[in-house]
Design a protein around this ligand. Structure first.
Ligand code: ADP
Ligand code: MG
Length: 402
């Protein structure tokens, strides 16, 4: 029933390309150190690669019942993923190496502790960090970022399936409180759909009115503005100042609920929208000379639209504008990544709202981590290979964190 890649090393039938992939990533791994976390000294001189983590979800109960063949095998120790393809009766294994690989039985806690926790520490050192979830719809992007089930936790404990966002929030507060630091924190939560920004923290109002309603005088327009320093900001975005982890969980629940409502109203919109949750932390510190210094760190947590939208819906007519606009951000993200990898002079950041918003997170002054999610099922193989290729390419981007 299951077809597995067998030996973890590339099979003799491996294509030449996958062989090259491995060599290249081997170099990158060696240079960046375990998990791609280069030493701060190395950062300044050479910049750091975008860290790419691969996570494969388990088969769902239905898939297991239906005896869905598995075509992905993960070797966490070697940080490799093999995909088995049968073309013209020949078995072809392609192996990809990443900074970290989490197989189907990996736990939320382990992914966080091994890969995300070091990033949260850097945010508290005053770095800007961005974590993307990238992959086909249904492969576990939202599960990885937000987590499954309810966020109700007994006695302040996080549930075992809590994802990256609540765990990061918890860690930030735990560290700041242990340090007795003087700090303030702001969060924003927005959604990008069809090149339009929606504020998931805005006070309640019908977000997607079925009937057109007269323009609400109190409704703040949401627009992307240039700040004149090469960056952008979102005008009219609700910024909530928060004082405890509990408050952020409430805010998150509110935002996620809004996203889910929209999903049912708009026919699975969430597979085509990006959500960006950002935490900005100001920490007051005293230097050795007793001067006050403010450290500012920012963490962006991005749940991207389903990657299948890049390869397919672009070809559909009819709702072409919609499809085109939806794809624009994800497509541009791909082009930006390509331009950065190939060091071509022009990087088309300005071509989409997502890349404008996250400009500093890609090839800029931010530390970036991509969590690519895949399904083990044979029925997803084509998308899985495209995700593996995309994620692998992204490994070669270098950022210069400041
Ligand atoms: P996406 O956001 O990429 O569309 P979801 O996060 O909604 O995908 O995941 C689809 C389904 O698979 C959900 O029911 C989710 O709970 C489940 N799932 C995803 N990843 C895992 C995992 N690593 N372990 C257990 N269940 C998972
Ligand atoms: Mg999702």
């Amino acid at each position: 029933m299951e077809k597995r890649g067998g030996t973890p090393s590339p099979s003799p039938r491996s294509t030449e390309k996958s062989g090259k992939d491995l060599t290249r990533s081997g170099d990158a791994n060696g240079g960046a150190g375990a998990g791609g976390n280069a030493t701060p000294k190395g950062d300044k001189e050479k910049g750091v690669n975008v860290q790419v983590i691969l996570r494969c979800r388990p088969l769902s109960d239905d898939e297991t019942k239906g005896n869905t063949p598995v075509v992905i095998s993960c070797n966490e120790r070697r940080r490799e993923v093999a995909a088995t393809q049968v073309i013209a009766n020949k078995q072809i294994d392609r192996t990809f190496a990443f900074d970290k690989v989490f197989g189907p039985s990996s736990k939320q806690k382990d992914l966080f502790e091994q890969s995300i926790s070091p990033i949260v520490h850097e945010v508290l050192e005053g770095y800007n960090c961005t974590i993307f979830a990238y992959g086909q719809t249904g492969t576990g992007k939202t599960y990885t970022m937000e987590g499954g089930g309810t966020r109700k936790a007994k006695s302040g404990e996080l549930p075992t399936d809590a994802g990256v966002i609540p765990r990061s929030v918890r860690q930030i507060f735990d560290i700041l409180e242990a340090q007795c630091a003087e700090y303030s924190m702001k969060v924003t939560f927005l959604e990008l759909y069809n090149e339009e920004i929606t504020d998931l923290l805005a006070p309640d109002e019908p977000r997607f009115p079925v009937l057109p309603v007269p323009e609400d005088k109190n409704k703040k327009p949401i627009a992307l503005m240039e700040d004149g320093k090469g960056g952008v900001f979102v005008r009219g975005l609700e910024e909530e100042v928060v004082y405890s982890a509990g408050e952020i969980y409430k805010i998150l629940d509110k935002g996620s609920a809004k996203r889910r409502t929209a999903e049912t109203l708009l026919n699975k919109q969430s597979s085509r929208s990006h959500s960006i949750f950002s935490i900005t932390i100001h920490i007051k510190e005293l230097t050795h000379e007793s001067e006050e210094m403010i450290k500012i760190g920012k963490l962006n947590l991005v749940d991207l639209a389903g990657s299948e939208n890049i390869s397919r819906s672009g070809a559909r007519d009819g709702r072409a504008r919609e499809a085109g606009e939806i794809n624009k951000s994800l497509l541009t993200l791909g082009r930006v990544i390509n331009a950065l990898v190939e060091h071509s002079g022009h990087v088309p950041y300005r071509d989409s709202k997502l890349t404008r918003l996250l400009r500093d997170s890609l090839g800029g002054k931010t530390k970036t981590c991509i969590i690519a999610t895949i399904s083990p099922s044979v029925y997803c193989l084509e998308e899985t290979l495209s995700t593996l290729d995309y994620a692998h390419r992204a490994k070669n981007i270098r950022n210069k964190p400041e």
